[in-house]
Design a protein around this ligand. Sequence first.
Ligand SMILES: Cc1ncc(COP(=O)(O)OP(=O)(O)O)c(N)n1
Ligand code: TZP
Ligand code: MG
Length: 537
Amino acid sequence: MASVSAPSAALAPHRPSASAALLFPCPYSSPRVSPSPTAQPRRLAVAARAMPWPHVLTVAGSDSGAGAGIQADIKASAALGAYCSSVITAVTAQNTVGVQARGPCCTGGVRWGAAQVKTGMLPSAGIVKVLCENLRKFPVKALVVDPVMVSTSGDTLSGPSTLATFREELFPMADIVTPNVKEASKLLGDVSLQTISDMRSAAESIYKLGPKHVLVKGGDMPDSTDAIDVFFDGNEFIELRGLRIKTRNTHGTGCTLASCIAAELAKGATMLHAVEVAKKFVESALYHSKDLVIGNGPQGPFDHLFSLKSPLRKMGSLHKFNPDDLFLYAVTDSGMNKKWGRSIKDAVKAAIEGGATIVQLREKDTETREFLEAAKACVEICRSSGVPLLINDRIDVALACNADGVHVGQSDMPAWEVRELLGPGKIIGVSCKTPAQAEQAWKDGADYIGSGGVFPTTTKANNPTLGFEGLRAVCSASKLPVVAIGGINTGNAGSVMELGLPNLKGVAVVSALFDRECVATETRSLRSILMNACSRS
Ligand SMILES: Cc1ncc(COP(=O)(O)OP(=O)(O)O)c(N)n1
Ligand SMILES: Cc1ncsc1CCOP(=O)(O)O
Ligand SMILES: [Mg+2]
């Protein structure tokens, strides 16, 4: 066992004897039931109630300050609904100032059930070797390796001797390795990583060491307004952009991200989806903790359990916004639904049945209480169909019904204020008629732009018509995906999509769906026209 750097008495390394070595025989795997015929009915009853609990095993160091390490792993997994058991590889004394002492904890006899394993601080090459031996003996469902070397406070947590073992033994077994730029640089012999293109090269070089996926985290990159991570699966590089949250409370972000990836994998997610949810979780947790104060040091912990305090911002809408959802955007109208004798809820159900990919409740004349009740019912319908639900104009209603987001125009609340109120996990759309408005919407943190009226419409009074040229100008200036709106129907929707504008993701429609007798039939026809147009252009 490597010697330790002067730990305090309380931190003296615990060196278990071989027999007292930490055994992890997975006490949480399903009990075995003896196959006696008389036991059959009871066994069936138990099986019918059994609910598999996603399980993450973290092999990492303890952080006495509880912001990172094992403590962060347990909180992050719990927040995402996974059970987290632990093997403690090292004990550290830390607070908001930094790491004061560290000492290794255990090297032997670790065994597990087929959980998803996440590794963090592995303080010596010896511990990495024991871990790898056990991983070979007892294969796991997925292995997430956070190659912890330097804490966010800049303190070294595992020395250079472990690097070679990481590269040669651990990485080839990993499903994903998640270095930050400093760690990626150390792993590759102190190469300089200054740009996104450097991060891509680093991801590729680390991929060549054997893991199935690599995520190089760019949170520490200088001069970036976004927090950009590079994901590489051996074929494709994907840049994952997140908001850079201004806060001192960033201690433990790496541990948390890796644990969230493991928790999502345990719930059955694909690797890319797991990474996206994990990134969104960290962003949301930082956002909700940005003003919390604990300790006097420069770097504080954040609140993994923020969603418990904020029932309006439930985890249900943590899924990342997908621009392809804008394809067939159904926007309701209270007047039209009344005219045809249907409720808002029935209108939304029918639009989804016909293939709408996103829904907006635009209820200009509905009383607030009735609007909220309808919105709550629509949230349920939309969530069970996997279709995002947005609220037009009314941030209060969106918060109260926990909608997936809002759509605002140039005379509504500014998008940046909406973002402040809704937090980073919600979808925000902004109406833009000019390139300057499109630029502003992006700066304000919007997710997409609605642009129109493309054609004349009577649904919205005093709304100038942009035509194809106006739409083209907004699309070319916009860094965000765009949905076209205004006078779009089954007769002209094809021509809009055939403009072939790369960021024009779909059409938003009111009257051509809701001022008709059968909403489902109209939605279905429009969908097939859009699909044909896209396959042509
Ligand atoms: C998708 C989409 N695009 C544009 C609008 C129009 O919003 P706004 O300009 O705020 O006008 P109102 O809809 O509030 O009258 C929209 N609702 N949806
Ligand atoms: C809300 C809105 N914003 C710009 S045009 C418009 C109305 C779209 O309605 P329709 O699809 O019936 O033309
Ligand atoms: Mg509006």
